[in-house]
Design a protein around this ligand. Structure first.
Ligand code: OAD
Length: 250
């Protein structure tokens, strides 16, 4: 695979890189994306499942849906794309992941700094007292659980209309403003405010590289758009980075 020379030059000189990721990076692990013909939101209604009012109206149904997703995620493994990002930690001074995914696969692949903009499906908390619960505390079947205090327990996931975790978003913005290369991987980049992160990087002067199966709204604003599967493209980039950074090819 041939890459643009400009990109290789950036890769050679970069110190700090950031990966902004979405559902597409986990597609090759068997986890569905949201948009597009086979996406979750083409079959299900987000307002009935990823929404606080819906949870209060029908907690059992929402809980059951998240238990179903937990099962799929727990049975999945990080793929070559997640692993390539973790591998790049040895090639650059700093590699930060800012993800919209809730599946924890970046950490399981070995990425050390991961900012989760939309929460994490392994965590839950009580709406009343705030007590935290690990998803392993619950069986995959049954009704939406209650805390010892009687409060309802919800997944620690950002639903539509809710605020993003302030510290994770601020840290992502800071990393974006401070990086040399921003990779935008497997996201339609249409859900704000998360989708602002690549734009922050672009306006701060970072080189923005998109890796996606298809063109998105971001493609024309990126410096370089690479079309293909992240599980195939990212290992090639990781390999290339380690070669050109350890052994300078003139
Ligand atoms: P989307 O489903 O909107 O977009 C997934 C993107 O991944 C698309 O652009 C696909 O072309 C691309 N893609 C699919 N397979 C790929 C592969 N193997 N390699 C590279 N790219 C691939 O998912 P997100 O952008 O993550 O929010 O969606 C953003 C948010 O919308 C999610 O975090 C979720 C959802 O509603 C909440 O739940 C709050």
């Amino acid at each position: 695979m041939e890459f643009k020379k400009e990109f290789l030059d950036k890769l050679r000189c970069a110190d700090k890189i950031v990966f902004f990721t979405g559902a597409g990076i986990s597609a090759e692990s068997g986890i569905s994306t949201f948009r597009g013909a086979d996406g979750l939101w083409s079959k299900l209604k987000p307002e009935e499942l990823a929404n606080f009012d819906a949870f209060l109206r029908n907690p059992d149904m929402v809980w059951e849906w998240y238990q179903y997703r937990r099962k799929i995620i727990n049975e999945s493994q990080p793929n070559a794309g997640h692993k390539a990002i973790a591998d790049m930690q040895s090639a650059f001074e700093s590699v930060i992941v800012s993800t919209q995914n809730i599946d924890n696969l970046h950490r399981r692949a070995g990425s050390k700094t991961v900012y989760e903009l939309h929460g994490n499906i392994e965590r839950n908390y009580c709406l009343n007292c705030g007590k935290k619960f690990d998803s392993k505390d619950f069986s995959y079947t049954g009704k939406a659980p209650l805390c010892d205090c009687g409060g309802r327990i919800r997944p620690d996931i950002v639903w539509f209309g809710e605020f993003l975790p302030e510290d994770e978003f601020a840290a992502s913005e800071k990393a974006a403003a401070d990086c040399d290369i921003m990779f935008v991987v497997g996201t339609s980049a249409v859900v704000y405010p998360a989708a602002q992160i690549p734009l922050v990087a672009r306006s701060a002067g970072a080189y923005v590289v998109e890796v996606n199966m298809e063109e998105t709204d971001l493609s024309r604003r990126a410096n370089y758009s690479i079309l293909g599967k992240s599980g195939e493209i990212l290992p090639i980039i990781a390999n290339m980075a380690s070669q050109i950074r350890n052994k300078e090819v003139k």
